[in-house]
Design a protein around this ligand. Structure first.
Ligand SMILES: Nc1ncnc2c1ncn2[C@@H]1O[C@H](COP(=O)(O)OP(=O)(O)O)[C@@H](O)[C@H]1O
Ligand SMILES: CSC[C@H]1O[C@H](OP(=O)(O)O)[C@H](O)[C@@H]1O
Length: 396
């Protein structure tokens, strides 16, 4: 991986980002450059620099030494920028069509300079506006299948895999997920954030021993199962889309983990959008879940049968076992994500943006019932049609 170390860290400002872009020779001499900090995520600065004449742009993303959403009281490693640029490059070696090009990265400045994707729209925003993105699930299914297979012990040299896994050890970012996704929302923790009216529903979750046991099993998987290289935060705000293109961004949470995790995060964020829509407009979200799983299983199975490096790959029943466990885990992980996006620290605009208060509270109560049953009943799921069934059963 070519990440250079040239300078001493300082947070960029818009003028400093322009100077850096000029110094790096990213634009022609004398180009009239405009720059805006457009970061709307929880953690980092994102500078959009555009040549005003040619309209060509680049993105400079910079990690701050703390979590932007909370402030300097929450220090956070700058190494996440290296993880992010290395993950983008690793993914590009398998699925270049689904990630932005990385032009340059600098470990000391904690920056990744990458392709400007402004021609596309963040999928969460588009889905909230009612867009359907017909190819989103086909692309994400293929993205997850190929990145998972080729980084697994079945798709790459098993000694090389261990080295790759080592380079993606990401303890601080994993700890955020361990806390914010798998732990805090299930207990009375200060990071939680929810409307007072939801307190009885939330306290019921906090006192639910069965839910605690099943969530603990999922957290244990996340902590211990170094199966494939994951994106680690594959929600719809980490995906740029149009009707014919899909690009996955923001893999600073990348690490070696359980194969069902990225799928579960993606399913959950489709469900969160479905929760914000009237019943008559939910079908495209469930269709996306079906298609993601179908494409994932078909691409992954094909690679397993044709390119596996592991002797046991041909053992009858093994692939089916891997896929079955990936699915069950994905359902459970989706439940954790639905709950944490409803009452945890980091919410989603799909639910928070429901203007009418009673409708918003109803959608959030539905989310809590759905998330709980996804976790507890994940082993009963036989296919993606069960998402529709459970969604309907938890509506009231
Ligand atoms: N390659 C890109 N091209 C255009 N805009 C981008 C690009 N990467 C990020 N952005 C913009 O910056 C925002 C925050 O980026 P993101 O990587 O999600 O940051 P964070 O790590 O803080 O969540 C995105 O929602 C998007 O609007
Ligand atoms: C304090 S980090 C909260 C939350 O933010 C991350 O998302 P993003 O970087 O896309 O804004 C991640 O989901 C974390 O759990």
């Amino acid at each position: 991986m070519t990440t250079v170390q040239t300078s001493v860290y300082e947070p960029l400002t818009e003028p400093k980002a322009v100077s850096l872009a000029v110094r790096l020779g990213l634009f022609r001499d004398g180009a009239p450059l405009a720059c805006r900090e457009i970061g709307d995520g929880n953690l980092n600065l994102v500078f959009h620099i555009v040549d005003q004449e040619t309209k060509q742009g680049v993105i400079i993303k910079q990690a701050l030494p703390y979590a932007k959403v909370v402030g300097e009281s929450w220090p956070l490693t700058l190494k996440r920028a290296v993880i992010e640029s290395n993950a983008l490059r690793t993914f590009a070696s398998y699925v270049p069509q689904y990630v932005p090009k990385v032009y340059y990265s600098d470990e000391s400045l904690a920056i990744t300079v990458m392709e400007d994707l402004s021609r596309l729209q963040i999928a969460r925003k588009g889905l909230i506006e009612g867009k359907t993105y017909p190819l989103l699930s086909q692309h994400i299914g293929e993205f997850v299948a190929k990145t998972a297979f080729y980084t697994s012990d079945f798709g790459m040299n098993q000694q090389e895999k261990k080295k790759l896994a080592q380079s993606f050890v990401n303890p601080e970012l994993c700890k955020i997920t361990e806390d914010l996704v798998f732990t805090d929302p299930f207990f009375d923790h200060e990071t939680n954030n929810f409307e007072d009216e939801l307190r009885p529903d939330v306290e019921a979750l906090w006192g639910d021993d069965r839910l605690h046991l099943e969530t603990a099993k999922l957290k244990r998987k996340f902590l211990t199962e170094a199966d494939v290289l994951l994106h680690g935060d594959l929600h719809t705000g980490s995906i740029f889309a149009s009707d014919d293109e899909t690009k996955v961004i923001d893999p600073e949470f990348a690490f070696y983990g359980p194969i069902g995790f990225d799928l579960g995060q993606f399913f959950a964020n489709l469900l969160l959008n479905a929760l914000s829509r009237p019943e008559s407009e939910r079908q495209p979200l469930f269709d996306h879940i079906d298609r993601t799983w179908d494409v994932f299983t078909s691409v992954f199975s094909n690679l397993w049968r044709t390119e596996s490096v592991e002797t046991y790959a041909a053992t009858p029943g093994l692939l089916e076992d891997v896929l079955r466990h990936a699915f069950i885990d994905a359902v459970g992980f989706a439940g954790c994500e639905v709950i944490r996006r409803t009452i945890g620290l980091a919410h989603v605009a799909d639910l928070d943006g429901i203007e009418q208060k009673e409708a918003r509270l109803a959608a959030k109560r539905h989310a809590l019932r759905l998330g709980r049953r996804l976790i507890i009943e994940r082993r009963v799921f036989t296919g993606t049609e069960d998402f529709r069934r459970l969604f309907a059963e938890t509506e009231q």
